[in-house]
Design a protein around this ligand. Structure first.
Ligand code: SF4
Ligand code: SF4
Ligand code: SF4
Length: 431
């Protein structure tokens, strides 16, 4: 038997007593509460239910936050089953906020680390309910024991992900109102819930990551091409790698703990990416100061590095039809390697593959169409045509680089990860 939150959508009145109870119980100072109330049909449209959902951490069986955290900052409390976050181990990378489908970890910009609900383990150990459930005046939020399978847990979860979330939701009773033409109520219409997505990840906030991924892709492309570098070239490239590594730490809340990003190679792609980057740097050092490193070894580790960067964004596949995207670093890197080696046909083939991926995404997810991606693809097409027409290399290189920067910005702008603000839609919950 496991501890569970039980939430009855029919009883919640959105009074926020549970939010206040949580804030007082845990002595929260930051203005961001650990528990949130999501309200639907705020416009009070007639014929549609108005309901509220109180959500915090659901202490998932297969907790994506714990699996993806590179710093091993989460653990499970054996007695209560709670997923506990350890702020003293957190580096403030915010990757868990992307990974959590319930938006439970909250980044505290003052302390530079995330925080989240503890299941009130101190109360549960004394056979008391968590404070939020204890103080809910309507009985909408409660705490109980259950033994649900992963499938049962997914079926009763407010967000449709199979992570064994410990919340059992009692759905709204089905009440039918008169037929409505909901378009009359635009812009508040709820009949097209997926048209406008809430985006947790914003390209503007993630600019250090955009710069980092592009710099690393450029570095790998140069090191795995057959171009002749001047003697000092490898020293400059090593400086380039250090600069890229520095960029990757800029978005951390606790930069002095950046080394902890290596601690979860077992299950976090973020840790794996940093480990492979370190391996690539080591190869460069060996080449600089010890002996020649074979080309194939640079190519293997370099492409593995790009692959690992792309896997970080697999989190988004909950909502994407396929795991490939035309602006992933592996495809950008292959395009760049083909260009630097003047392998025109390979360049054309990779570009064709990327165009097909682009069309596929636009067809499957039209709401993800993006101007930056469109302009970037247009510039890639220009580069392909220019290469076949044998236009000057440097002109083509500038067009190509500008296009890839555009595509990478568009990639982050179109990136979606699960969030109750998108998934807790009226159609998904109303039975
Ligand atoms: S205290 Fe209860 S009724 Fe009030 S918002 Fe929270 S869950 Fe809903
Ligand atoms: S709800 Fe989010 S923060 Fe809580 S255990 Fe699940 S994934 Fe982690
Ligand atoms: S280190 Fe990153 S992923 Fe881990 S808890 Fe802190 S912010 Fe979240």
């Amino acid at each position: 038997m496991q501890n569970y939150f039980v939430f009855d959508l029919n009883k919640c009145v959105g009074c926020e007593a549970c939010v206040v109870a949580c804030t007082l119980e845990n002595g929260l100072q930051d203005p961001t509460p650990w528990r949130n109330i999501h309200t639907y049909n705020e416009a009070h449209l007639p014929g549609l239910p108005l309901f509220h959902f109180s959500l915090a951490c659901n202490h998932c069986e297969q907790a994506p936050c714990m699996q993806n955290c590179p710093a091993n900052a989460f653990s499970r409390d054996a007695a209560s089953g709670a997923v506990i976050h350890h702020p003293e181990k957190c580096i403030g990378c915010k990757y868990c906020t992307w990974a959590c489908p319930f938006d439970a970890p909250k980044y505290n910009s003052i302390s530079g680390v995330v925080e989240k609900c503890t299941f009130c383990t101190h109360r549960v150990q004394e056979n008391q309910k968590p404070s939020c459930a204890q103080l809910c005046p309507t009985g909408a939020l409660d705490f109980s024991f259950a033994d649900l399978t992963l499938d049962e847990s997914e079926a009763s979860s407010p967000v449709k992900v199979k992570v064994g979330s410990r919340i059992h939701t009692l759905a709204l009773r089905n009440t039918k109102g008169p037929e409505q033409d909901l378009d009359l109520f635009l812009p508040h219409s709820l009949n097209k819930p997926n048209k406008k997505h809430f985006r947790k990840i914003k390209a503007l906030h993630e600019w250090p990551l955009i710069v980092f991924t592009l710099l690393v892709t450029a570095l790998v492309s140069i090191k795995t091409s057959f171009i002749q570098l001047p003697d000092a070239g490898n020293y400059y490239l090593f400086g380039f790698l250090l600069f890229a590594a520095l960029m990757s730490t800029l978005h951390l809340g606790k930069k002095q703990r950046a080394w902890r990003a290596l601690l979860n190679v077992k299950s976090s792609w973020l840790s794996r990416e940093i480990a492979i980057l370190a391996m690539f740097g080591l190869l460069m050092l060996i080449q600089l100061f010890v002996t020649t490193v074979p080309y194939w070894l640079f190519a293997f580790v370099g492409l593995l590095l790009l692959f690992s960067i792309d896997r970080l964004y697999d989190l988004a596949t909950w909502q994407w039809p396929i795991k490939f995207h035309s602006a992933q670093t592996l495809w950008i890197g292959l395009s760049a390697i083909a260009m630097l080696n003047a392998w025109i046909y390979l360049f054309g083939l990779v570009a064709l593959f990327r165009f097909i991926l682009g069309f596929w995404h636009n067809y499957k997810l039209p709401e993800n169409k993006n101007l930056f991606l469109f302009i970037g693809r247009l510039m890639l097409l220009t580069t392909v045509v220019g290469m076949f027409l044998r236009l000057p290399f440097f002109v083509l290189l500038i067009v190509f680089l500008a296009g890839e920067i555009m595509q990478r910005i568009g990639f982050y702008q179109a990136l979606q990860v699960a969030s109750p603000q998108n998934d807790l839609k009226i159609k998904g919950i109303h039975n």
